[in-house]
Design a protein around this ligand. Structure first.
Ligand code: GDP
Length: 296
């Protein structure tokens, strides 16, 4: 059975009855456990390193106050550093701009991009009373276009009619034009998914982003892909500048390490999390909850 990090740290430091400042030696064994827990949670190695450095800096020399044990104190330092690194505040999708506001959805095929596009459209339409138009830019896979149209009906959000033979940029421009004429507030553009980070498709998504001056560029990433999610996030952010990340499959048994890694590597906020296949399974990202999940 997996024992939570908090318990392990308390166990390690329980022999420490002496009061006063924590020494390098006190902290180093605890840090080995922190490192192990983060790796078990699928946090990228480079992020594990910078995180443990940060904790070491704060813990060594820290005075153990009377009301807590050394274990509790280190657990608090680790927890605070995790929450801080995950981003302290719950972020939202920003639609405060001149309508129609274009939101570009990018990500690997199978990450949950199309489903998430519909989930966000539903949320904006129901909670914020926005008039939303969705468009699929996946010219290579008619099934993906069809899927978005079906989801659109399910969530009562309009989708742009499919016109064969148009490029992704042409479809995006047509969507913006239709939105202007139809009085829509938000246009959600579901770009073509790719199996791996592929330069040609990435360039296409970047071109679309430029053509419509995307207000949000959201990367949809699968929490279960752990370390790979970090490379994906870095590649997309480098190519087109993300404004945020949506982490899907947080209902699975992922410990949420991908959230920490992606946030640390790109500096971009995790805006929402997907928690199931249903169109309602979308939640705000709460750093403290994910920190708890990583800490175990
Ligand atoms: P795309 O290829 O990136 O557009 O991925 P899809 O939107 O088609 O999603 C692929 C599969 O993942 C579908 O079966 C979705 O229902 C499922 N899916 C999407 N998001 C989530 C999620 O947050 N949790 C779970 N369990 N399944 C999800």
């Amino acid at each position: 059975m997996f024992e939570g990090l908090s318990d392990r740290l308390s166990g390690i430091l329980s022999g420490l009855t002496r009061r006063g400042a924590l020494t390098e030696a006190d902290v180093s064994e605890a840090l080995r456990e922190v490192r192990r827990a983060l790796l078990e949670a699928d946090v990228a190695l480079e992020v594990v390193r910078s995180f443990t450095d940060k904790v070491r800096e704060r813990a060594v020399g820290a005075e153990v106050v009377k009301s807590v044990t050394p274990g509790q104190m280190v657990v608090k330092i680790v927890n605070d550093a995790l929450v801080e690194m995950l981003g302290a505040e719950a972020e939202t999708i920003d639609v405060r701009a001149l309508p129609p506001v274009p939101i570009l959805m990018v990500g690997l095929q199978g990450s949950g991009k199309t489903t998430t596009t519909a989930k966000i459209a539903k949320r904006l339409s129901e909670r914020e009373k926005k008039k939303v138009l969705m468009a699929s830019l996946d010219t290579r896979r008619p099934a993906a276009m069809e899927q978005l149209a079906i989801l659109g009906k399910q969530v009562s959000v309009d989708t742009l009619p499919i016109v064969a033979g148009q490029s992704a940029v042409q479809i995006a421009k047509r969507a913006m034009q239709a939105a202007r004429l139809g009085g829509y507030d938000v246009v959600m553009l579901d770009t073509a998914g790719r199996v791996t980070v592929d330069e040609q498709l990435m360039a296409e998504a970047a071109d679309v982003g430029k053509a419509v001056e995307a207000h949000e560029v959201l990367l949809v990433a699968d929490a279960l892909t752990g370390q790979d999610a970090v490379n994906t996030a870095r590649a997309f952010d480098g190519r087109m500048g993300l404004t945020g990340i949506v982490l899907t499959r947080m209902d699975g048994d992922s410990r949420g390490g991908a959230a920490l890694s992606m946030r640390a590597v790109t500096g971009k906020p995790i805006k929402l999390i997907g928690t199931g296949e249903k169109v309602d399974a979308l939640e705000e990202f709460h750093p403290s909850r994910v920190a708890n999940r990583i800490l175990g």
